[in-house]
Every structure is written in structure tokens, then in C-alpha cells.
Design a protein around this ligand. Structure first.
Ligand SMILES: *[C@@H]1O[C@H](CO)[C@@H](O)[C@H](O)[C@H]1NC(C)=O
Ligand SMILES: *[C@@H]1O[C@H](CO)[C@@H](O)[C@H](O)[C@H]1NC(C)=O
Ligand SMILES: *[C@@H]1O[C@H](CO)[C@@H](O)[C@H](O)[C@H]1NC(C)=O
Ligand SMILES: *[C@@H]1O[C@H](CO)[C@@H](O)[C@H](O)[C@H]1NC(C)=O
Ligand SMILES: *[C@@H]1O[C@H](CO)[C@@H](O)[C@H](O)[C@H]1NC(C)=O
Length: 541
């Protein structure tokens, strides 16, 4: 922050300095240049302006303070000035020109010095003025105060950017009332309404669950509303909905509610199966040892439940780093529901090819051509995420996810390798069963635990990037558009053209912090005439 007063004192420039406090150096970015029109204002107007603007714009306060000083000539009596500023600030009033120069000198001097630690600052600029009026400061103290307050002001603004991100993070990790209500009421319905408990799918359809002539979709989520949107949008966009089988995996606590929803709102002609993770015999501790470790690891518990700001050096952290740290702390990254996709070949032993969907996607096009794509022997059909222009979402390489200062990572991986996206993947389970992807995944999870999570921060994508290395087939980017939960500037044109849109990022469409103009693409698949949705006041303004 740098103040510059023009020699005539007719204008003031406030700039942010890029290289030191050199008055005339290059690299200044002018923030504000204000012309002073002192002569046209009465003293009284000035004083009110100071009071009003002081609260809004500290910069203008300085301006007006200086202008007032310059207006010394206009003030005919000593009393007129003395009442407001006191003799200590003004120095010798008979030489106003010199006084203004002195004040300028002091400001300049103070500007390049360190503000003393522990300086007690007034709470507001209003208070500064009133203390000044009460004759408490000499010019130098006043200038230091002013400087310190402006620094503090700037720091507060910077910190508020971090707290804004943090508030968003907590908003994104908590469950909105409406969605919670939906889950509770549907769970209640499960115990009270026999229709909500009816078998899914009906017994005569059971063989279809492992019939490879059908299109099998797998969705793993504890969010019933999100699941309903994924299923509804898939079916409405499909050219052959009668050939669709949905396998919905959920956790134990959501199972009853999820089952009620799909029992009461059958997605016919598609087939729906709802399974809780507790119902898969294969998901035992012996088979999934690492997850047990992951979920119980103390360090991780601290990591997730600690305060993300404590221990973060804000002045050494960029907003973007902070945002990605917060994202890595999202509780969903330690849930088994999120890791479950690495066990698809074992969980669905009879299926050959499946599409795995995240719960924050919307399907806008028939997806059956995905099954026709020749994966050329690869396991995972995914879109690459390093070829776009957008730095937040589409320029991701291995180095963005993995710590290449770690010797093991550096030894085995290429930092420039293009990353790919989870969210909508076509998996060839048949080819997958011939690989050691799961073992590799486990190996790296364990190594990361051993290294105190220094290889990557938690998440399911980094170990998957390693485990699927050499097993990924890149599909056309128009299949899967990412980033709708990250940025407001997603192109509507792209959104409308994409087969699948993905609200990855914090601003989920079911949260109040979702982006309003992107929400309709999701919300149009919410059935607002459904009693449960209506009674839970979901997404009502
Ligand atoms: C506030 O942030 C800006 C840009 O991020 C930085 O240049 C400035 O030094 C920060 N100010 C303080 C007081 O931390
Ligand atoms: C924060 O980082 C800045 C810049 O790297 C450094 O000068 C400062 O000492 C750090 N503060 C703490 C508390 O570590
Ligand atoms: C991990 O952290 C623990 C305690 O914080 C420490 O004793 C151990 O040496 C660390 N291990 C590695 C590989 O850094
Ligand atoms: C990356 O790995 C190095 C070496 O193990 C470690 O010192 C560093 O703290 C790690 N960085 C992060 C962000 O964990
Ligand atoms: C919406 O819900 C109502 C009531 O449950 C149901 O009758 C209707 O068929 C549903 N509409 C769609 C498009 O699913």
C-alpha cells in the first residue's frame, strides 16, 4: 500500500506497490486517483464527509483529512482549526504551507517504516477521528495510526477471503435441512408403509441384474435427492430406457430411505436395485483392510476435524492452495462409499461393462454409445483433464495431485502425465479382473499412510491415477463436462452440449451456495410435485 500526494496537494494516488516502497518506481498499480476540490466545500461539509466516508472508505478519509489541512487558509481563526485538530497535530498554524509539507513528509516516512508491534488501534476510523479531536495524537502518531489501521483493514479483507472460502467449505460439507428431512421421512416411511418395503426389483426381474445385454449403471451415494436426479435424468435422456439397470449403493443409515424412494417412485421401464454396503458379503475387513486403516487413522481424524485455518500461514498461502486444502478435507473423501468404485469387479462379479456415475452429475444425452466405444483393451474410459484452458478444472496433471518431492512418487511417476476425471467412467470389468489395479491401489494407500499422508492429501483420485496408470482410455471430452460446482463462468453453450454435466466442486446444485444459473439444469429433474419433496421444502426460495 502506498500513498502519493501530488505536489500541489490537488490529488492523491493510492497504489499497491509491487517492488518496495519506491516512490517513482515502475510496477505501481494505481488503485485510485482522486481529484481534490477543496475550495468548493465548506468546512462543515468536510467534517461530515469525513465522518461518513471514514466508515466506508478509509482512503478517502486520508484524502479529506489532508484536504482539510490544506484548507487551513480558509479557516480564518486559530480556534476554527484548533477545535478539530488540536495544536499538536497542526504544529504552527501560521505557516500552513510548511505544515502540509511536514505532514506529507511524516506520512511518507511512516509509510516506509514498520508499524510497531502491540500498537493499540482505535476500533474504527470514526473512533480515530474522535480521538484525534480529543487532542490525543501528534501528527506522527496520527500518521502511524492511520498506516496501521490501513494495514489492518487490508489484512482483514484478505482474511475475509479465506473465511469466505471456509464458510463455503462448511456449507458444502453439511447437509441442508431439506435433504436431511427427506432422508428421515423416507426412512420413517420404510417402517410404516409396506409399499416402501416392497422388493426392488421385483422377483421376476432379478435375473436382469446380471444380464450383460442391458446397460448397467452404478451410483454410490447417501444423498437420495441427488440419486433421484441422476436416475431420472439418465432415463429421460435414454433412447432405450427399458434396457437400463441401475445399481444404487448406499450406506447403512441411508438404506431404508433410499429404498423407500425408489420403491415409491419406480423408474420404470428401467430396473433399479438398491443395496447397502452392509449387504455385500465381499466387503469384509479381510478384503478391504486399507479402508479400515484409513477410517481409523488418528492423524486423519485430526486432519478432518481440526480447524483448517489453524496451522495455516495465511500470508504464505494463496487462496487457490487454501481452496484445494479445504476440498481435500471434505468428509466424503474418507467414506467407503467414495472408495467403493475400486471394488466394482468384485462387487458385481457377473457384469462385464458398467458406467459408474457420481451423484453430482446430470445426464443429458443417451449414454448407450459408451458401451460401443472400443477401449482397446483398457479398463477405464474417462475424459482427460489437462487439455482445457481453464486452470481450476481442465489443466490437471499428475503434479497437481501428487507430491513429487516425495522420492517414491518421483521415482515411479511422471509429473507431466495428463490426469483424467472420475464422475462418469465406462469400466470394462472383464478386462479389469485381469489386472492388479486393486493391489496397486492398496499398496499406494498404505505407502501414503506410512509417509504420514505426504504423498497426496486424502482423496480417491490420486491413488486411482496411480493404480489405473496404463489402463485408461481417453474418451471424447463432450461426454463429460466438469467444473459446474467450481466456477460461475462455465459456458452455458458447453453445458447444453455436454452428454453429462458434473457439478464437481463445492457449489453443489442442492446447496444454497450452488450457482443459480447452473442450477436449473439439475433442478429440472427434481419432482417438485412429489409429496416428500414438497413437505421437506426442498430448494424453496
Ligand atoms: C493481501 O493480499 C494481497 C494479494 O493477495 C497481498 O499483496 C497483500 O500483501 C496482502 N496484505 C496483507 C496485509 O496481508
Ligand atoms: C508466514 O509466512 C511468511 C512468508 O513466508 C513468513 O514471513 C512468516 O514468518 C510466517 N509466519 C508464521 C507464523 O509462520
Ligand atoms: C510420521 O509422524 C510421526 C509422528 O508425528 C513420526 O514419529 C514419524 O517419524 C513420521 N513418519 C514419517 C515417515 O515421516
Ligand atoms: C512432500 O514430500 C516431502 C518429502 O517426503 C515432504 O517433506 C513434504 O512435506 C511433502 N509435501 C506435502 C505438501 O505434504
Ligand atoms: C412426481 O411425483 C408424483 C407424486 O409422487 C408422481 O405421481 C409423478 O409421476 C412424479 N413425476 C415424475 C415425472 O416422476
Amino acid at each position: 500500500m502506498h500513498l502519493h500526494f501530488s505536489p500541489s496537494m490537488r490529488s492523491i494516488t493510492i497504489s499497491s506497490s509491487c517492488n518496495g516502497s519506491n516512490n517513482n518506481g515502475n510496477g505501481f498499480v494505481d488503485l485510485m486517483k482522486i481529484k481534490v476540490a477543496a475550495r468548493h466545500m465548506s468546512y462543515r461539509t468536510f467534517f461530515h464527509t469525513i465522518l461518513i466516508l471514514a466508515f466506508l472508505l478509509p482512503f478517502v478519509f486520508i484524502l479529506t483529512a489532508v484536504v482539510t489541512l490544506e484548507g487551513v487558509n480558509k479557516c480564518s481563526s486559530f480556534d476554527c482549526l484548533g477545535r478539530r485538530f488540536g495544536p499538536r497535530l497542526l504544529g504552527r498554524v501560521d505557516d500552513s504551507g510548511r505544515m502540509v509539507r511536514d505532514f506529507y513528509k511524516i506520512l511518507d516516512e511512516v509509510n516506509s517504516m514498520e508499524v510497531p508491534d502491540g500498537l493499540k488501534l482505535p476500533d474504527s476510523f470514526g473512533q480515530l477521528i474522535s480521538e484525534m479531536n480529543n487532542n490525543q495524537y501528534d501528527a506522527r502518531t496520527f500518521a502511524i495510526m492511520l498506516r496501521a489501521m490501513m494495514d489492518k483493514f487490508e489484512r482483514d479483507i484478505n482474511e475475509s477471503k479465506f473465511s469466505e472460502l471456509m464458510n463455503k467449505h462448511f456449507a458444502a460439507s453439511s447437509i441442508p435441512k431439506g435433504i436431511h428431512c427427506l432422508s428421515l421421512r423416507l426412512t420413517d416411511e420404510y417402517s410404516s408403509n409396506a409399499n416402501a418395503r416392497k422388493q426392488l426389483p421385483s422377483p421376476e426381474c432379478l435375473p436382469l441384474l446380471s444380464d450383460n445385454s442391458y446397460y448397467h449403471f452404478i451410483l454410490s451415494t447417501d444423498n437420495i435427492l441427488a440419486a433421484s436426479v441422476v436416475v431420472t435424468s439418465t432415463i429421460q435422456s435414454s433412447l432405450k430406457p427399458e434396457k437400463i439397470v441401475f445399481h444404487i449403493i448406499t450406506d447403512k443409515k441411508t438404506y431404508a430411505g433410499m429404498h423407500s424412494w425408489f420403491a415409491l417412485n419406480p423408474a420404470s421401464p428401467a430396473i433399479i436395485e438398491v443395496k447397502g454396503i452392509h449387504q455385500f458379503d465381499w466387503l469384509t475387513r479381510e478384503n478391504v483392510p486399507v479402508l479400515e486403516v484409513v477410517e481409523n487413522h488418528n492423524g486423519i481424524r485430526d486432519y478432518y476435524h481440526g480447524n483448517p485455518v489453524s496451522g495455516t500461514n495465511l500470508s504464505a498461502t494463496t487462496l487457490r492452495d487454501f481452496a484445494s486444502k479445504l476440498q481435500a478435507r471434505s468428509p466424503k473423501y474418507i467414506s467407503l462409499l467414495n472408495h467403493i468404485r475400486i471394488y466394482l469387479p468384485e462387487l458385481f462379479p457377473n457384469l462385464d461393462k458398467v458406467v459408474f456415475l457420481d451423484d453430482d452429475v446430470v445426464i443429458q444425452r443417451d449414454l448407450s454409445p459408451l458401451w460401443e466405444i472400443d477401449l482397446e483393451g483398457h479398463v477405464n474410459g474417462a475424459v482427460e483433464t489437462c487439455k482445457g484452458e481453464d486452470a481450476w478444472v481442465m489443466s490437471k496433471r499428475f503434479r497437481n495431485y501428487l507430491n513429487f518431492s516425495h522420492p517414491l512418487i518421483a521415482k515411479h511417476l511422471d509429473p507431466e502425465e495428463c490426469a483424467w476425471a472420475y464422475g462418469m467412467n465406462i469400466f470394462d470389468l472383464h478386462a479389469w479382473r485381469k489386472t492388479d489395479i486393486r493391489e496397486t491401489y492398496h499398496f499406494w494407500l498404505k505407502e501414503n499412510l506410512k509417509s504420514n499422508m505426504t504423498m497426496w492429501k486424502l482423496g480417491t483420485l490420486p491413488p486411482a491415477l496411480i493404480a489405473f496408470k496404463g489402463h485408461v482410455h481417453h474418451i471424447d471430452p463432450s461426454w463429460h463436462l466438469l467444473g459446474l460446482g467450481y466456477q460461475i463462468k462455465t459456458s452455458i453453450d458447453d453445458v447444453e452440449k455436454a452428454a453429462v454435466i458434473h457439478y464437481n466442486g463445492q457449489s453443489k446444485p442442492w446447496l444454497p451456495i450452488g450457482f443459480e444459473h447452473l442450477r436449473p439444469y439439475w433442478a429440472k429433474y427434481v419432482n417438485y410435485s412429489n409429496d416428500f419433496v414438497r413437505n421437506c421444502h426442498i430448494l424453496e426460495p
